[in-house]
Ligand binder design. Structure first.
Ligand code: NAD
Length: 364
């Protein structure tokens, strides 16, 4: 099967173009960007036959797949339009920016013959994949606690990509949860049933002198369906170096901590494998036994792709689902599991950090 790919949004979309280009079974046939020069130059530089500035024109192209890599407030609307046109959708994160959009997106995905997948690429980071495999075979025992942190100071980027100032730092609550929450949901193998969100106050102003609506460090406590707790920290404002990939996991039989940087390494302690209850061990010691072959010996193409190889495997799983006619690993309900808690957290913090129930999209 050969698949024709159309891409909307040519900044993040450029990374997807590079990955689809590695695949002999795919051809990027059309690109769209509201910025005319960017669309035209990208198409010329990459020898892509069609380019346009209006998303509706992209949908008119003869393509099988649409990649939605535009700003967050457009994801749901553009995904819904593509699904209605029976085109497979790979959407950037988050899947939507309101609960109403989420409901409309679920209805569109359920009513379409096409496949929907959310491109939550941090679930595909090598260490996160390995921890998932250790969790699946029960090496952590019963998992009851986890942490995920996305610390990415973007006050400057807010001024270049202005939608971020409104949709990421212009709303109080966990506006960008999926990179931190996604891997934890997979490790727990549980959805979030309620959230309580609180913050560290306001210590920064934008260049116009306006206080950011979002508090500097947002914490979203997530009650998991098995009674466990996951704590998500989102910080896009504090003056400090990045750490977008901190995670930890605790179960009755073991624990994991990813690096906080500055020379630390991913480390694990597993009761059934390690005698000394106080000694950490390198997570990498479990690669050979537990990592699938494609991760153990990744292809050159995979190594070249963005986000530590994650982008390559997102696309591989998406295409595999289409070609083999199976559900993608981050299909519509998993996308909702990772997106909806953040939206409810915005309500929670507005209500004085009330614990609020997170609806299950499977019941919509
Ligand atoms: N998963 C990841 O690791 C990751 C990394 C970066 C960005 N993202 C996500 O990808 C999305 C895009 O982010 P970005 O950094 O590329 O943003 P950006 O603002 O740098 O680029 C967005 C592009 O979309 C274009 N655009 C805007 N409206 C459009 C429309 N209606 N139709 C077509 N094109 C339109 C803009 O002209 C611009 O070229 C965001 O949702 C962001 O959160 C995810």
């Amino acid at each position: 099967m050969s698949l024709r790919i159309a891409i909307a949004g040519l900044r993040r979309g450029a990374s997807f173009d590079a990955v689809f280009r590695q695949r002999p079974d795919c051809k990027v046939v059309a690109v769209c960007d509201r910025n005319e020069a960017r669309a035209r130059q990208f198409a010329e530089a990459h020898e892509i036959g069609k380019w346009c500035t209006a998303y509706s024109d992209l949908l008119d192209e003869e393509a099988d797949v649409v990649v939605v890599a535009t700003p967050a407030p457009l994801h749901a609307e553009q995904s819904i339009a593509a699904l209605r046109a029976a085109k497979h959708v790979l959407s950037e994160v988050p899947a939507a920016v309101s609960l109403d959009e989420c409901k409309a997106l679920v209805a569109a995905a359920q009513g379409s013959t096409a496949t929907y997948m959310m491109a939550e690429n941090y679930c595909y980071i090598r260490t996160n994949v390995l921890v998932r495999h250790l969790a699946r075979v029960g090496l952590f025992g019963e998992i009851y606690f986890g942490e995920g942190e996305y610390i990415h100071e973007l006050k400057g980027l807010n001024e270049i990509t202005k939608w971020r100032r409104k949709w990421q730092t212009g709303i109080n609550g966990c506006t960008y949860p999926t990179h931190s929450l996604g891997p934890l949901i997979q490790w727990f193998d549980q959805r979030v049933v309620s959230v309580c969100c609180f913050g560290s106050g306001h210590h920064y102003r934008d260049p116009r002198g306006d206080e950011y609506e979002q508090e500097d460090s947002i914490h979203m406590a997530c009650r998991m369906a098995n009674g466990g707790l996951a704590n998500i920290r989102l910080d896009m404002l504090s003056n400090r170096p990045h750490n977008m990939t901190y995670y930890s996991l605790q179960g009755t039989e073991g624990c994991y901590e990813s690096p906080r940087g500055h020379g630390d390494r991913p480390k694990v302690w597993l009761k059934s494998r390690h005698d000394d209850p106080n000694a950490w061990h390198d997570l990498s010691g479990f690669e050979k036994e537990f990592l699938p072959e494609q991760w153990l010996h990744p292809s050159e193409e995979a190594l070249k792709s963005g986000h530590w190889g994650g982008d390559y495997f997102v696309v591989a799983d998406f295409l595999g689902a289409i070609i083999e006619d199976r559900d993608p690993p981050i299909g519509i309900h998993q996308a909702m599991d990772m997106t909806v808690p953040g939206l409810v957290s915005q309500q929670s913090i507005a209500e004085g950090s009330a614990w609020l129930e997170v609806p299950d999209s499977r019941e919509w």
